[in-house]
Structure formats: structure tokens, C-alpha cells
Design a binder for this molecule. Structure first.
Ligand SMILES: [Zn+2]
Length: 511
């Protein structure tokens, strides 16, 4: 959510540091001495905040009972050992009377937890349970009241081993270089969070590192020497951000200014081992953003950037907000991946998903954006060829033309590429989510033309930017702007077992 402007006239005191008591071990309950008196607002019906935010696909992700407004995160990082010492001050508003609430935190050793309510800071008891850090404030927190929970913690973060998906997202260390790849639930591996795209907040990220490395993130940057050969970097992220979209790179990155998009600056940070010749596509980021802005509406953030990390073990890119993250093997995808991640700044970052099983709203839209860029830059035949190839795969036409009987080919395709909305928990990033998701917008464009499809996409970001949304929200918007036939087309493309025909292209499933 956005900042708590005018919500409550409470002034807040953020605990700068907890007691020197090292606290209990992370597997046991703990408490620190209390020096507080209760808040003068009565609670009527205090109960625990839910351990999950209510995501139907991943019931334990995120948390209920509060809404984060701001994270103040201070990390001391030793790149050589990977050791992190952190203080996280999480400012939130209680959504109901809270007897306790959870933060998501995986691994790391918690040293202390306290909760400040209305200038009164008090010890809290806490316990760990899987990825949940359960916090019990000294007094229940009344609904509507702002509180700040401060967690002092340390450890060597790593990828999140028991995450929502088959791979391990999170904090990655390659040599002395560190970066994060947190989709969907890896952020909890390095800071206590309400780790779900439904709860966005501003963030001030302060990271202290040795002088020979730099820290890259989003927002407004400053840095200062802090002695002992160390430097403190501060990144102030004013546009509310989902935890998984926070970029972070710590390493010997070089910085290159690229041609801007109008007045919006573009910066590429890259590992010095990557030859500059491989970075050519990043010269065009500003041009791509200008192209998308004409179709999707104004670029939703204040800066554009890329962080390119040398990591041969992972071929991936992630649309971290403002500054997308690319591993070196992903550069093989050329301009397509850069266009894809930039399109995500509108679809995925400005508008986040309210439920992870609506991920096609991110991936299908970004795939469509990537095809549009190819059409613009190379020519319509490239767009048509990519669309045709995706349709032939998703429908089974390619199987049929290689000799599989048509009905069998269509059935095999239905099984291999189920509809993109509501994928299974282990299919969040399946080919169908991307390609049939992208084909959905191609089919809509075929039906209503450029004016109609771009009107809807621009209105989508205007209406839901800074918030999260669902497939139902999108279908309702399509119906409102383009009528029932267009809405039915979108629903059929994302929900029917069989991909619908694309009559304007003469395409239909086999059989
Ligand atoms: Zn994507």
C-alpha cells in the first residue's frame, strides 16, 4: 500500500536498535525486558493475524491482520563470508485488533523483536515456526493503529529452500558478488516481510559494505564513507514496492549511463567481466520505454535501469522495480528479454497480482510487450511468426503436422499447456502462462484493433497502478471498454481447456 498519509495523527518513533541482550536462540520463544505502558486505545476483540494473506495458491505466503506502509532496512554485509547483520523496522497499520501477528522470515537468527505503538516502544515475545516469525506485542494493537516492529537479526542468507515453487528463489552469492532473485517468495530469506505482492510499501534500504564493492537497488541513491574502509549506500524507494520486486546487487559493478527516455534517466550496472559488446541491447532501454509509453501510458517510475550479474548457474531475468535484474546467460535472449522486463514495469510492477495464480497478468502481458517491440523494431512478419509459433505449440498444430493424429495432438497440447489462469502451484512459470497468456492479448488486438487494446492496457495501469488486481478485474475492464464479446474472448483464452481459434489468422486447434 502507499504511505499512511493522514491515516492517524500518531507520530512514530522507530526503535533504532534493540537491547544488547543477544536474546534467545531462534528456535525458542524469547522476550526482552519491557519498559512500556499500554496504549490508551482499547482493543475489543484482539486475535492473531492470519499466518497467510489469503492467496488461494500459496496459503502460507504473506500474512493477515496488518498492512505494511514502510520498511526501513539496515544491513551490514560481508561479501567475502556472506554474513549479514540486519535491523528491520517495519511500519504497519493493524487491520483488526491484533493479539499477535506474523512476519515472513526464512533462516537467519533473530536477536530481538520489539513493537512500538504510538511512541511507546515495548518488548515483544516471539517465536519461529517455519517461515513464520510470530510476534506477540506486550499489549494488543488496536485496529487502525500504526505500529513499528523492529527485528534485529543476523546470519548468512541463501536461497529459500522450501519455497512455493520447485526452484529456490532468494539471496544468491556467486564468488563475492551478491544479488537477489526473489520471485515469488525469496525476499523473506533476507528480511522480515509481509512477503506477498498484495502488500506493497515504501522502503529505505541502507547497506554497508567494504569500499571496493558497490550496492545497487532502486529509488534515490546516496552513499557516504563510514570508516574502517567501509561505505554506506542508501536507496530510498518512494514508489510502494512488493518485497519480491526489490532489486539488490552487491559487487564490483561498473555503471554506464544510457540514452534516457525523455527526462527519465537510464543506468546499466554490470559485472566488469561481462564484455561491453554483450551489453548493446541495454543501450536501447530508453527507446523501448518510449515505445511502450505510447501504448501502455506513462512509464510508472522515476528511473530505468538494469543490473547484470555474472552467474553462469542461472539463466533468468527478473523485473525488479525500476532496475531489472539479468544474469549473464540471459543476455543470450538479446533485446527480447530487455523488452520483456521493461514491459513488466507496467504489468507486474506498477500493477501487481493480488493472487499468484493470476500471474499471466504479468507474464502474458510482458510477452505481448516483447512481441510488440519485435514488430516495431524488425517488422510485422516477426510478430506474426512469433504468434504463429506460439499458437502452433499451445494448440497442438505442430504435433499434428509431425504426424500425430489431430485429436491426439489437440489432447496432448491441452495436457501440456493448460489454460494460463489459475496454474497449479508448481506451474507458476509454465510456457502456457507466458505464451497462451501473450496470445490472449494478440487475440484481443486481432478483434478490436490497436486503439481498443491499448486503451484497455493504459486504463488498466491508470486504474490499478500502485495496487494489485485480479483476472476478474481485467475481464471486467475489457467488458466495460470493449464489450461482452471481447471479455468472453479473454475469458476463453485464459480459462478454457482448449485454446480458442484465432480466426483473423486462420488458426484453429487440430481435429
Ligand atoms: Zn516475465
Amino acid at each position: 500500500m502507499s504511505k499512511l498519509h493522514g491515516l492517524l495523527a500518531l507520530s512514530l518513533v522507530v526503535a533504532a536498535c534493540a537491547s544488547s541482550d543477544p536474546g534467545p536462540s531462534p528456535t525458542t520463544a524469547g522476550s526482552a525486558p519491557s519498559s512500556t505502558s499500554p496504549v490508551n486505545v482499547r482493543t475489543v476483540d484482539p486475535r492473531p493475524g492470519a499466518p497467510g494473506i489469503g492467496d488461494p495458491l500459496y496459503p502460507n505466503l504473506g500474512n493477515g491482520g496488518y498492512d505494511v506502509a514502510d520498511y526501513r532496512l539496515e544491513l551490514e554485509v560481508e561479501p567475502a563470508t556472506g554474513m549479514v547483520r540486519g535491523i528491520a523496522a517495519v511500519e504497519a497499520v493493524a487491520l483488526h485488533d491484533l493479539s499477535s501477528f506474523n512476519l515472513d522470515l526464512v533462516g537467519m537468527e533473530v536477536r530481538s523483536v520489539d513493537v512500538a505503538v504510538a511512541e511507546r516502544r515495548g518488548a515483544a515475545t516471539w517465536r519461529r515456526r517455519g517461515r513464520e516469525l510470530v510476534v506477540v506485542p506486550a499489549e494488543p494493537i488496536p485496529a487502525g493503529v500504526v505500529f513499528v516492529v523492529t527485528v534485529v537479526y543476523e546470519g548468512v542468507p541463501g536461497p529459500v529452500p522450501e519455497g512455493a515453487v520447485p526452484f529456490a528463489p532468494g539471496w544468491r552469492k556467486v564468488g563475492d558478488t551478491i544479488y537477489v532473485f526473489d520471485q515469488p517468495d525469496g525476499a523473506a530469506g533476507w528480511f522480515p516481510a509481509n512477503d506477498h505482492p498484495r502488500d506493497r510499501a515504501t522502503m529505505t534500504l541502507t547497506v554497508t559494505v567494504p569500499e571496493d564493492v558497490v550496492v545497487v537497488s532502486a529509488g534515490e541513491r546516496s552513499s557516504r564513507r563510514v570508516g574502517d574502509g567501509r561505505r554506506e549506500y542508501r536507496w530510498v524507494i518512494d514508489d510502494p514496492i512488493a518485497p519480491y520486486l526489490v532489486p539488490l546487487g552487491i559487487g564490483p559493478f561498473r555503471e554506464r549511463a544510457e540514452p534516457p527516455a525523455g527526462s527519465i534517466p537510464v543506468t546499466t550496472w554490470f559485472d566488469p567481466d561481462i564484455p561491453e559488446g554483450r551489453l548493446e541491447p541495454f543501450r536501447r532501454q530508453g527507446e523501448m520505454v518510449e515505445f511502450f509509453a505510447e501504448r501502455f501510458g506513462p512509464y510508472p517510475f522515476e528511473r530505468i535501469g538494469a543490473l547484470i550479474v555474472e552467474d553462469e548457474s542461472l539463466r533468468a531475468a527478473l523485473e525488479t522495480q525500476e532496475v531489472s535484474t539479468y544474469t549473464s546467460p540471459s543476455l543470450a535472449w538479446g533485446e527480447a528479454v530487455v523488452a520483456h522486463e521493461l514491459a513488466h514495469q507496467w504489468f507486474g510492477d506498477a500493477v501487481t497480482v493480488a493472487r499468484w495464480d493470476d500471474i499471466w497478468l504479468n507474464e502474458g502481458f510482458a510477452t505481448f510487450g516483447q512481441w510488440l517491440w519485435a514488430e516495431h523494431d524488425v517488422g510485422p512478419e516477426v510478430y506474426d511468426r512469433q504468434v504463429m509459433r506460439a499458437y502452433r505449440t499451445m494448440s497442438g498444430l505442430d504435433r499434428a503436422s509431425s504426424g500425430v493424429p489431430p485429436e491426439d495432438a489437440a489432447r496432448q497440447a491441452r495436457e501440456a499447456y493448460p489454460p494460463p489462469d489459475h496454474p497449479r502451484a508448481d506451474e507458476l512459470f509454465s510456457a502456457s502462462v507466458y505464451q497462451r497468456g501473450g496470445l490472449t492479448l494478440v487475440a484481443l488486438r486481432d478483434l478490436v484493433g490497436d486503439e481498443g487494446v491499448f486503451d484497455v492496457l493504459e486504463e488498466w495501469v491508470r486504474r490499478f497502478g500502485g495496487r494489485s488486481a485480479t483476472t476478474e478485474d481485467f475481464v471486467a475492464l475489457v467488458e466495460e471498454r470493449l464489450g461482452a464479446e471481447a471479455a468472453e474472448l479473454v475469458t476463453a483464452f485464459v480459462e478454457d481447456p482448449q485454446i480458442p481459434p484465432m480466426p483473423q489468422r486462420g488458426l484453429a486447434p487440430p481435429g
